[in-house]
Design a binder for this molecule. Sequence first.
Ligand code: ADP
Ligand code: ASP
Ligand code: MG
Length: 440
Amino acid sequence: MKVLKFGGTSVGSVENMTNVKNIINDGDKKIVVLSAMSGTTNSLVEIASQIKYSNPERALEDINMLHEKYILVIDELLHDKPLNSLTKSYISERFNFLIESTYKTFLSVIENQILAQGELMSTFMFNSFLKQEGINSTLLPALDFMRIDENKEPSIEYIKDNLSAVLNEVEVAEIYITQGFICLDATNEISNLQRGGSDYTATIIGAAIMAEEVQIWTDIDGMHNNDPRFVEGTKPISDLSFDEAAELAYFGAKILHPQTVLPVREDGIPVRLKNTMDPAAKGTSITDNHFETGIKAIAAKDNITAIKIKSGRMLQAHGFLKKVFEIFEIYETSIDMITTSEVAVSLTIDDDRNLDKIVSELETFATIEVDQNQSIICLVGHSIVNHEGTHRLFKILKDVKVRMISYGGSKNNISLLVDTKNKIPTLQKLNSYLFELVTL
Ligand code: ADP
Ligand code: ASP
Ligand code: MG
């Protein structure tokens, strides 16, 4: 069986939902994972924050506006009267839940319940639409099988057992529709797989059922060689290895949730990225295969903090780095990049919640400098460290101030740290030197 995931834009309008219907209606049995309609999760985040900051009137206004939008979509999507009114009454229940939340004391569990409503609504609406079109589909409630543990990792055995139980319980269908993003946590409260998490849902399900393939359908024709939001003329990449895709996703390629490839990498389940608006486009195929073609793609990750740790005691001393790393370990903060010199080590973190505590512990034995608002620019390709074309990357050094470079940590990744205000020009320059082969 295949698992197909459709993102927010793909279910964001009646026209696109019709495209999705045409893509999935090919007679093959499949599990379809849906995101919330585009914009909905952002609105729910905003509603939760209004409630959190004691502004229930604004929250209610936003809830009513969103409800009106859904009524319009349902009227356009569902001309079948009974299905139209069944769906409206389900959607009203979801909005009543949101209205009730505005009276409650704000807790993170309520925030997660609020955020879960988008996927609950999109899947219900889409399932009604398929029924109206005479397609044999049924809903698989994600909260009946999708769960994360204390470390926020998917509880894969639990998911396997419960998903197969749910598949046995529900009506046999050709198309099973489930919610992306949402899950239970280790205490059985509603939680989620972080923003963009529907991709992750799809590969977790793919691994749980040993799917033939996982397809991620979105609003672009596959993984591009640079970030299309900031660089013109980017091109889709036809093939990526799991390692390359994992690096790009982790280092900011928004098309994939950072953890998307992890569940399927070990079993070699292929992942294909496809465009809902242009299904004939080739897209990107992510498999075990490696192709040595030099730097394939560039991605960037923001909100990085660089910490420079300088100490005379580092000189010829062993155990210094151990002492440094232990502090990050205590505060459960992972390190992304690291460079060292004789008396200093610079490293980066993307989670600065415990920054003050980390810095004050480091200050007991070193001088610390902190730079916030940094971006990691990551260049990816199989064995690029040894590739003849890679030197072109250094052409940018003439005009861009690079704070750190990590080269050789892995053969497939070179990372640069730049001030975020220089990120876009750096991405653009790298694009021309590496992919358009501009000469100086
Ligand atoms: P969905 O809602 O379908 O999950 P996303 O918005 O999460 O879609 O991801 C698709 C978007 O990712 C694209 O529209 C594009 O703007 C952005 N993006 C960022 N980097 C890349 C990249 N390297 N290749 C393709 N898309 C990218
Ligand atoms: N709806 C969620 C979000 O916007 C999950 C997803 O779209 O993948 O983050
Ligand atoms: Mg996404």
